[in-house]
Design a protein around this ligand. Structure first.
Ligand code: APR
Length: 232
């Protein structure tokens, strides 16, 4: 059971050049999330939704993990079996930085799935509405991401990890989307020390015992160093 549970949001990937959602110029200021991040939007206009994710997939492929992703991978390597990352992000930067114990609760940009048969496979760079599913051949392919109104992945595993965590950290999340927004309060109630690493106070800042304000590429390596030095 992981002793250290880390929740990450779009802010940890901001310095890798991937947009956040709710900052100034965030994705939800450029796109209507109802059109591109709901099942209803997908079935109304599959081409638009595929274009949205094709562009994000290209940005993700061109991006590199930053010092924050790398510090978390270093933490996991130094404390085998003791660290779990629960990310809201659909990019693969944690994995590309070397983290292994990662739950992508909102799915993965680099995976595709079939709405007809449930088959999952590595997403091609460009997806289109008429692509046939590799397994059932039906034209029901979609990005393997969790849209608003759909159930996030691995909630039972996450609940078990929060119940056993001694340290809970939230990095780069505005705390505006549930159920992730409730994780800190759950961990704290179970006895974890909770720390928030963000550019600014968030909607859930009151759920934390400590705050490190600043860019993740600066605050996360310092926090990891303090944990590994036995402080933290
Ligand atoms: N370092 C640290 N924090 C940062 C940085 C940075 N360089 N840049 C931005 N932030 C912080 C912002 O202050 C904000 O609190 O990251 C947070 C980003 O918040 P959101 O854009 O709301 O992203 P997130 O919390 O991950 O959104 C949660 O909403 O739209 C859905 O499914 C989507 O997973 C996403 C979920």
């Amino acid at each position: 059971m992981a002793r250290i549970v880390v929740l990450t949001g779009a802010g940890i990937s901001a310095e890798s050049g991937l947009g956040t959602f709710r900052d100034k110029d965030g994705l939800w200021t450029q796109y209507d999330l109802e059109e591109v991040a709901t099942p209803q939007g997908f079935y109304r206009n599959r081409a638009l939704v595929h274009e949205f994710y094709n562009a994000r997939r290209a940005n993700c492929a061109a991006a590199r993990p930053n010092a924050a992703h790398e510090a978390l991978a270093r933490l996991e390597a130094a404390l085998p079996g003791e660290v779990l990352i629960v990310t809201q992000n659909v990019d693969d930067l944690h994995q590309r930085a070397g983290s292994r114990n990662v739950i992508q609760m909102h799915g993965a940009l680099m995976r595709a799935c079939c709405a007809a048969c449930g088959h999952v496979w590595p997403a091609p760079p460009i997806m289109a509405p008429d692509d046939p599913c590799p397994a059932c051949r039906q034209p029901e392919t979609r990005p393997d991401v969790v849209w608003f109104g759909e159930i996030p992945h691995a909630l039972d595993d996450i609940a078990a990890a929060l119940a056993g965590a001694q340290v809970f950290a939230a990095i780069g999340t505005s705390g505006q989307v549930w159920p992730a927004a409730g994780f800190a309060a759950t961990a704290r109630a179970a006895g974890a020390d909770c720390v928030e690493l963000n550019m600014e106070r968030s909607d859930i800042s009151g759920d934390f015992d400590a705050h490190h304000i600043g860019p993740a590429s600066v605050t996360v390596p310092l926090w990891v160093d303090s944990l590994l030095a036995g402080r933290g």
